[in-house]
Design a protein around this ligand. Structure first.
Ligand code: SF4
Length: 391
């Protein structure tokens, strides 16, 4: 059984056929202006916190992460794309102005937590987890125009799922959950969801898992079909697209000789992929060096451009860290299943300053890079539009 996510369950509940067309048949979703703007703003907010202990990302780093995620194909025309870009930049600047002066590092940012609920595999992708006094708060970003109501926060199935994920996977106590409305820079926060919401989540997960297991993929046509990406492949709309539903004869079963030929070809292609992956890895190091030394974030060729987004990570020598933390009774704190536990400790004002200073001396700060690539022409157009040389 595949992992169920909040998005996947929501899709199945709205229309099981849509879930099948996407998750089983592999029909891709089309770029969409609302989703694209939302994910570009999320990328900027992720950059603000990701790997940051003492101070957040600079505004231009947030903007670079935002620009890298913008997808011109998601917008009907250049005006719409420019308007979305302006909206996004406005939100990002306001976010930086509101949060950079009193920066508090996040415990987790954009993390995937996997667990099982009554035997059903579930995955939660959480925007942010904040450390409170011995407890944590879960925050999900909303970049839509309308601010959420507190009742929505209290009843959000998504937040219940994230809360259960944090409690089960990380063993942390969740004190509060909230939706952060980015356009108004407002956090709508309520206490952690109670057992009745957790029970409702359990029933929901089981209901969706049972439907999928029983191959219940009935189309549920309705108003939502107007913006469904898979309408042309949906049996409920077959009458509108008869050409898509004409029977095509099944291909003949391959003979043994043909299967041998296919096996050879399969192996050859796999070998080529392995060689190409190794060649790709050889290109990565010098490109990283270029971005690191020059401070630039785009390298453009005649046909393609590569955009790089930097991030920082800390690495410790386990034995040295243990020798420092164990006598202070802090070693247990980094044994939790949280890959950023050491960074949290570094930012924890309750940890004596002397210990934090010694930890900082032990830490090896490592740079990491995310690469994205696209047509060189798009990078040049972005550069002209934004009016600055780097992007
Ligand atoms: S077109 Fe409507 S009925 Fe068909 S998959 Fe999409 S949402 Fe479901």
């Amino acid at each position: 059984m595949r992992y169920l996510s909040q998005t996947g369950m929501g899709t199945y509940e709205r229309c099981p056929q849509k879930w099948k067309l996407h998750y089983i048949d592999g029909h891709p979703t089309k770029p969409n202006r609302f989703l694209n703007l939302g994910s570009a703003v999320h990328a900027a907010l992720e950059a603000f916190y990701q790997g940051r202990i003492a101070e957040p990302a600079k505004l231009d780093e947030m903007i670079a992460a935002f620009e890298a995620e913008l997808e011109p194909a998601a917008y009907a025309n250049a005006e719409e794309s420019a308007a979305a870009r302006a909206d996004g930049l406005r939100m990002i600047r306001a976010f930086h102005a509101a949060h950079a002066p009193q920066f508090r590092p996040a415990l987790l940012v954009e993390d995937l937590l996997r667990f099982e609920l009554d035997g059903v595999p579930v995955v939660a992708k959480i925007d942010r987890v904040d450390k409170l006094d011995g407890t944590v708060r879960i925050v999900d970003y909303k970049s839509g125009f309308r601010p959420p109501r507190l009742d929505e926060v209290r009843q959000s199935e998504q937040l219940t799922l994230y809360q259960v994920a944090v409690e089960r996977v990380l063993g942390l106590e969740v004190a509060a959950v909230g939706l952060y409305h980015v356009p108004s820079q407002t956090l709508f926060e309520v206490p952690a969801h109670g057992p009745e919401r957790v029970e409702a989540l359990r029933r929901r997960v089981l209901r969706v898992a049972r439907g999928i297991e029983q191959a219940d993929f009935e189309p549920r046509p309705g108003r939502h079909c107007s913006w469904c990406d898979f309408r042309e492949s949906c049996p409920a709309w077959a009458h509108e697209y008869p050409e898509n539903w004409e029977q095509t004869p099944l291909p003949p079963t391959p003979s043994h000789a043909e299967a041998s030929r296919l096996a050879d070809r399969f192996g050859e292609l796999k070998d080529r992929i392995r060689d190409l992956e190794s060649e790709l890895a050889d290109f990565r190091a010098p490109l990283e060096e270029f971005f690191r030394i020059t401070g630039e974030r785009v390298a453009a060729g005649d046909r393609y451009a590569v955009r790089a987004t930097p991030g920082l990570g800390y690495r410790f020598d386990d034995a040295a860290l243990r020798a420092l933390l164990e006598p202070a009774g802090l070693w247990e704190k980094v044994l939790v299943p949280d890959w950023r536990a050491e960074e949290s400790l570094l930012a924890d004002p309750d940890v004596p300053a002397e210990i934090r200073a010694r930890m900082e001396r032990l830490a090896q700060v490592e740079e990491g890079w995310t690469f994205r690539y696209g047509p060189a022409a798009a990078a040049q157009a972005d550069s002209r539009r934004s009016g600055h040389g780097e992007e």
